[in-house]
Design a protein around this ligand. Structure first.
Ligand SMILES: C[S@@+](CC[C@H](N)C(=O)[O-])C[C@H]1O[C@@H](n2cnc3c(N)ncnc32)[C@H](O)[C@@H]1O
Length: 390
């Protein structure tokens, strides 16, 4: 199946299952599918607590569970199965090349560099931070590298690492969303986890200017999206809201148990506040501004008091706070169970978004491969779009 065929088939399948992944249990007490598939609802409510995180974080496992009740969702499986793009081994290098990069990050960079391979074009490392990837590509391919990054401090740190390594790597302090000078024709543009509009702009501008090769591992697709995602390629029917694009990146496979506990508490407390607000005002879910992290570290009664004051609600008594703290944890338990259905579609949404970029490049005369460059335990954002000007 070529990129365009896969794209259209996935577009149609996701549209058919829209009612299963669009509604957010965090906002809706009972997503509409609960009534339509009571057996599924009951199975989720009866799942042992220990299995819930697994299904929420592994969309493949969640899809299998869902298929027991709705066998047609299995048609997504071949559409989101992608090859591993492992590429070629990197040449031997000084073991100290990456002495300051944390282990998992170094492994991601090495896997990306192997999959991207080495060509004979000058390299542009787009939104490159300290330029670790650019440095590795310069060390292994010998081509000159420009690392473009908005943060001057990161560029300075990168410059000293590059000069210690004795390589041809220059840093450009620039805003990737505004610069007219980069990318340039004939370059090999690499972008490892350039968020949302940053990777989309590289692809739009780069294909216009005749970049020779692209290797892009996208992340945070929702960044730079207003109300609805605007596809780059044509012929797609799926409407994706900003929140839908966020769904593509919600798993926590690389979170520590401490981070997970903190996240659970934040969810339960926000839901406790939501329950309080609904009880006071009598209406449905309403968005609220981000909650300062420090508020979730205090006691729940303080948290609820601050939230109530900020959102213009009457102050809760200690007794009322205890009641809504319990309600928040109860809701968190339900939300985590019901979210398994939505999370079953996470990878499919992500593949749809990556196919949008890949399809756009294919339409502009590039030969495009879409696959994964590393295991998802290393990073769940492991998709790589590799394109060569044909
Ligand atoms: C997730 S980091 C990835 C860094 C690097 N590619 C890596 O994988 O280690 C994203 C980088 O994009 C940079 N960035 C954010 N907005 C930018 C912009 N408008 N222009 C250029 N760089 C930007 C950030 O400072 C950050 O270093």
């Amino acid at each position: 199946m070529n990129i365009a065929e896969r794209q259209l088939a996935l577009d149609a399948a996701l549209l058919a299952f829209h009612h299963l992944w669009h509604e957010q249990p965090f906002r809706e007490y009972r997503p509409s599918w609960c009534q339509r598939w009571p057996g599924l609802y009951e199975q989720l409510m009866a799942l042992p607590e220990g299995e819930i995180a697994h299904f929420n974080d592994d969309s493949g496992a969640a899809l299998v569970l869902l298929a027991r009740h709705l066998p047609t969702v299995s048609r997504l499986v071949p559409l989101i199965a992608l090859p591993a793009l492992t590429g070629t081994a990197l040449p031997e290098r000084d073991v100290h090349w990456a002495w300051e990069i944390p282990g998992r990050k170094r492994q991601q960079i090495e896997a990306f560099a192997m999959a991207a391979g080495r060509g004979n074009q000058p390299v542009l490392d787009w939104c490159g931070g300290k330029g670790h990837l650019g440095r590795l590509l310069a060390l292994s391919g010998g081509m000159p590298v420009h690392t473009l990054e908005i943060d001057a401090t990161l560029c300075e740190a990168g410059e000293s690492l590059a000069s210690r390594a004795g390589i041809r790597q220059q840093f450009v302090v620039a805003d990737a969303l505004a610069t007219a000078d980069w990318p340039q024709a004939g370059q090999h543009a690499v972008a490892l986890h350039a968020c949302g509009e940053l990777h989309r702009r590289l692809i739009r501008e780069g294909t216009d200017k005749g970049v020779g090769r692209f290797d892009v591992a996208p992340c945070c697709y929702y960044r730079g999206v207003a109300d609805y995602y605007q596809p780059l390629s044509s012929g797609l029917k799926l409407p994706l809201t900003r929140d839908d694009t966020r769904l593509a990146v919600t798993e926590t496979v690389t979170a520590s148990p401490r981070e997970t506990r903190r996240r659970d508490r934040a969810i339960a407390w926000k839901l406790g506040f939501d329950a309080y607000r609904r009880a006071v005002t009598g209406d449905a879910y309403r968005n609220f501004k981000p909650v300062p992290e420090a508020w979730v570290r205090a006691a729940f009664a303080d948290f609820l008091g601050r939230m109530a004051q900020r959102e213009g609600l009457p102050p809760p008594s200690i007794q009322v706070a205890a009641e809504f703290e319990a309600a928040g944890w109860q809701r968190r338990d339900e939300v985590m169970r019901l979210s398994i259905v939505r999370h079953a579609f996470r990878r499919a949404i992500e593949v749809w978004l990556a196919l949008d970029l890949a399809g756009f490049m294919a339409g502009r005369g590039y030969q495009v491969a879409l696959g994964s460059f590393c295991d998802r335990q290393l990073t769940p954002r492991n998709l790589l779009i590799s394109a060569r000007l044909a």
